[in-house]
Design a binder for this molecule. Structure first.
Ligand SMILES: [Zn+2]
Length: 176
């Protein structure tokens, strides 16, 4: 699944999926687990409680944002997300194609800045809207929608889509 995610969004996808609703596993459950997640993703940092708190708040808000990519709740209140983003410094960095946002902080704030910079760029090239969250309550997995018209609803038709279809079929069968 992760292979389909464009390279600039891989860290974002991984960050958003650092909680697995189905199994209850959470890489941001405590500081040691979070430090392991950072190291595993090539961003080792001596994370503290405040870093963990910031990361958790950002993840919650970005997951809520990914949920709007199905076309629902697009006018949701983004005050909290803006407040969190304001505490994560970004800079403009120049290259042959012009300028792009880049993290200006260090440690965990730098890593979260890398995530925000990637989301900013992806918001402009249209790929951010393709990062969606599975609407199944017991799944909520973040996936990248590669369908031509960007209409994929479930994380995986093989698992969630079929599971949901079976459920609908059973409900219909019961009502009939
Ligand atoms: Zn799913």
């Amino acid at each position: 699944m992760a292979e389909s995610v464009p390279a600039p969004l891989r860290l974002v996808e991984s960050f958003l999926n650092s909680v697995d609703v189905e199994s209850g596993a959470d890489d941001l459950v405590d500081v040691p687990t979070f430090r392991r997640w950072l190291a595993d993703h090539g961003h080792p940092a001596p994370a503290r409680d405040t870093d963990l708190d910031l990361a958790r708040r950002l993840r919650t808000e970005l997951r809520a944002e990914a949920a709007t990519h199905h076309g629902v709740d697009t006018d949701r209140d983004r005050t909290e997300l803006d407040r969190i983003a304001a505490g994560i410094p970004l800079a403009a960095t120049f290259g042959p194609d012009g300028a792009r946002p880049a993290p200006a902080g260090t440690g965990v704030v730098g890593t979260l800045g890398e995530i925000l910079a990637a989301v900013t760029l992806a918001s402009h090239d249209g790929t951010w809207r393709r990062l969606k969250i599975c609407p199944a309550d017991d799944c909520r997995w973040v996936y990248y929608d590669t369908s031509r018209n960007s209409s994929r609803r479930w994380c995986s038709m093989r698992v969630c889509g079929n599971r949901n279809k079976t459920r609908t079929y059973r409900q219909r069968a019961t009502t009939a």
